[in-house]
Design a protein around this ligand. Structure first.
Ligand code: NAD
Length: 253
């Protein structure tokens, strides 16, 4: 049998208990990776579904709060001692929350930065020394197409998702010499279980959302997994510091 795209690779996917992260973890495993799911919740559903995939890699769930430095260090320590390497890090865990700027409290602002930026920083910071020691690494950061659209009631969220683009570009130029690439994906509104995605899945905002899209159907988590898999592969070795927009081709005005 031909070797799978990610055979023998060690991949960490944050926030993969549900939603986009779950679909990403499933595809990486289907393509041969050993997947470690770092989520606040136990990722039983994802681990079980990966176990059903024949001739795939495998998955384990290590409950981790990515905003807690000690928990992140413990996670990376476990991965290092079990596998000795980290090839792929998908910084997917994130918080989405709508709030008009007038009502946006400093607490909510800080909490958004904590999860969407500090968590991504801690995970990248802890993983990169191990990637460097193997002269290979793929970091993929999940941003949002709201950064191009200027969507209202999301100032705190959009700020963090634009911050991810700056993080991606600057970090890429420091780690490229070690065989590590860093890229971002700006995700369109996707039919996931929660929070905005659940409304999309119910269909009551589709009529407003779909007309400006070139592709007239709702985006699904599986639509994202393929591009993540490509950016995680050896085939993408010359692509770094980039942001790829995956949103069905929403027209920007
Ligand atoms: N779904 C969409 O419409 C959409 C659109 C644009 C961007 N995105 C981005 O895609 C990513 C995934 O989105 P989703 O809709 O699947 O999210 P989701 O809310 O369905 O799932 C997020 C997961 O992250 C986990 N998580 C949250 N905080 C955590 C923490 N501190 N430590 C560890 N895990 C934590 C949650 O437990 C959950 O399993 C996010 O970064 C999100 O901003 C999603």
């Amino acid at each position: 049998m031909a070797e799978l795209r990610h055979s023998g690779k060690i991949a960490i996917v944050t926030g993969a208990a549900i939603g986009n992260g779950k679909a990403i973890a499933e595809l990486l495993a289907r393509e041969g990776a050993h997947v470690i799911i770092a989520d606040l919740d136990e990722a039983k559903e994802t681990v079980d579904s990966i176990a059903q995939i024949k001739s795939a890699g495998d998955a384990i769930s290590i409950q981790t709060d990515i905003t807690d430095e000690k928990q992140v260090d413990a996670l990376i320590g476990k991965v290092k001692s079990k596998f000795g390497r980290i090839d792929i890090l998908v910084n997917n865990a994130g918080l989405y929350e709508e709030e008009p700027f007038d009502l946006l409290s400093f607490e909510k602002w800080k909490n958004m930065l904590e999860i969407n930026l500090n968590g991504l920083f801690l995970m990248s910071k802890a993983s990169i020394p191990i990637m460097k020691s193997n002269n290979f690494g793929r970091i993929i950061n999940m941003s949002s197409n709201t950064i191009w659209l200027g969507t209202p009631y999301l100032v705190h969220y959009v700020t963090t998702k634009m911050g991810i683009i700056g993080f991606t570009r600057a970090l890429a130029s420091e780690v490229g010499q070690f065989g590590i690439t860093v890229n971002a994906i700006t995700v369109g509104l996707t039919a996931t279980q929660r929070p905005a995605g659940s409304r999309l899945a119910q269909g009551n905002i589709l009529e407003h959302l779909l007309p400006p899209q070139a592709i007239h159907r709702a985006e699904t988590p599986e639509d994202l997994a393929g591009i993540v898999s490509f950016l995680a592969s050896v085939e993408s070795s010359i692509i770094t510091g980039q942001t790829i927009n995956v949103d069905g081709g929403v027209a920007r005005h």
